[in-house]
Design a protein around this ligand. Sequence first.
Ligand SMILES: Cc1cc2nc3c(=O)[nH]c(=O)nc-3n(C[C@H](O)[C@H](O)[C@H](O)COP(=O)(O)O)c2cc1C
Length: 216
Amino acid sequence: MDKKAFFKLTYGLFVVGVEFEGQLNGCIINTASQATSEPGRLVTTMLKTNLTTEMITKKGSMAISVLSIDCPLDKITHFGMQSGRNKEKFADIPFEKDGRGNPYIVDGTIARFSCRVEQTIDLDSHYLFICEVEDCQCTGQEEPITYADYRKMKSGGAPRKTETPADAAVPQAKQGKWVCSVCHYVYDGEIPFEELPADWRCPVCQRGKEVFVLEG
Ligand SMILES: Cc1cc2nc3c(=O)[nH]c(=O)nc-3n(C[C@H](O)[C@H](O)[C@H](O)COP(=O)(O)O)c2cc1C
């Protein structure tokens, strides 16, 4: 068995935050993912030895912040390489609280989910939490960071370059192409596609304008 295969799966990175009896804590996880959409459910897999896990089992809920590609490595280290048993992790980090008082971070994130634990499954070293999403919001517009990005950054590589929405808007408008959904011919004539006569036909498959779709 080649365990490197696990690194070929795509994961995001998240900060899971929880408040219990006035104490705030949180840690990094890569194991949050969607389970169902109606109702919205997420699953997280969490080490039993983490303080965050212990607090979640008592509280029955958590806030999940989705980290963006812009999230600095030191924030991941801050939440993922030390325990709240020795460090007040939210002391110097801007955060907000959800309806259940669980903390989520805003900087370097693109979304947050407020989750109530519906079921806890014992997986020996970990608990698998199946959670109902009680609320969720977008908090930024960047791309999500992946576990692979993190591994690259950790070994000294530069973070992946992504387009900002402003950068992306211009080329997208230019790149919008009318494509024939039957034969995949891409219209590139001088006359704007919308202004072609109603009886115009695809030069390849001879189908009408109605089978063209705008891609871009
Ligand atoms: C990239 C990365 C991914 C991690 N993924 C998980 C995970 O999916 N589940 C988990 O329980 N811990 C995960 N951890 C480990 C916890 O973040 C780490 O044990 C943390 O120090 C626990 O802090 P706490 O004791 O304050 O809860 C990950 C850490 C890193 C750096």
